[in-house]
Design a protein around this ligand. Structure first.
Ligand code: KIV
Ligand code: NA
Length: 265
């Protein structure tokens, strides 16, 4: 399998081949996901929730994203590694955004960055693309704006917000993004955007018509218990598998069957 780049996403869209993406934040997990044949790993700022236990994605810093992305890049031989730009790293000014994107690419070796927002960041996106860095946009439910939204519900169900989302997608497309993540929007709207843009759309809770799909690995593999929105499917039960393994370890140590003679020096 050849190395996948941001350019490959556009080729896959043209060929009608679905793009598979999952998050990862560490070397060991990324190694498993890359070896399984995924097209892309997103080092999401969801690391704030999944790795650090924060309530939302707003606290994670550029330094912390770089730490996670470096570890993921070291593990990946085939897939495209995309690194989220965290809250505050591109909203202040165009220059600040370009500088932070360059820093992320320089210090991690990731193949693209991802940013939340539409028209309001289109200028910054163009600056980053002009610097030679592939950008993935992110529209719909954009978790860095959680305080504005007031919840993680479905976005763009009303016409005005749907129309704004289409304008935002076209602005990102014109700015030269390679992909657009569409999070928690009606499937019909996601289909419409997918048909309108050159960029590859990658959906999460956006139906089956996008050019690809993305899920947080801990959710997709059933590690997080108690989080099961309608859009999510559990493709494994890692929570059960890990719990059983830990319990078996405890049992063997307590009963003095581990370590055995063969496991001793
Ligand atoms: O941070 C993240 O995991 C994401 C995906 C859910 C798209 O942005
Ligand atoms: Na994210």
């Amino acid at each position: 399998k050849k190395k996948i780049t941001a350019k490959t996403l556009l080729e896959m869209k043209a060929a009608g081949e679905k793009i598979t993406q999952m998050t990862a934040y560490d070397f060991t997990t990324a190694g498993i996901i890359d070896a399984a044949g995924i097209d892309s790993i997103l080092v999401g700022d969801s690391a704030s929730n999944v790795m650090a236990g924060n309530q939302d994605t707003t606290p994670i810093t550029v330094d912390q994203m770089i730490y996670h992305a470096r570890a993921v890049v070291r593990a990946c031989h085939h897939c495209l590694v995309v690194c989220d730009m965290p809250f505050g790293s591109y909203q202040v000014s165009r220059e600040d955004g370009i500088r932070n994107a360059i820093r992320i690419i320089k210090e991690t070796g990731a193949g693209a960055v991802k940013m939340e927002g539409g028209k309001e960041i289109a200028d910054t996106v163009k600056g980053i693309v002009d610097a030679g860095i592939p950008v993935i946009g992110h529209l719909g439910l954009t978790p860095q704006s959680i305080h504005k939204f007031g919840g993680y519900g479905l976005r763009a169900k009303e016409d005005t917000e749907a129309e704004k989302l289409i304008e935002d997608a076209l602005a990102l497309d014109a700015a030269g993004v390679s992909g657009i993540t569409l999070e928690k929007v009606p499937a019909a709207l996601a289909n419409k955007v997918t048909a309108m843009v050159k960029a590859a759309t990658i959906g999460i809770g956006a139906g089956n018509g996008t050019d690809g799909q993305v899920l947080v690995y801990a959710d997709a593999l059933g590690m997080t218990s108690g989080f099961k929105p309608k859009f999510l499917r559990h493709f494994a039960n890692v929570n059960k598998c890990m719990t059983e393994g830990v319990m078996e370890y405890i049992r063997c140590v307590k009963s003095e069957s581990f370590p055995s003679e063969a496991e001793s020096y």
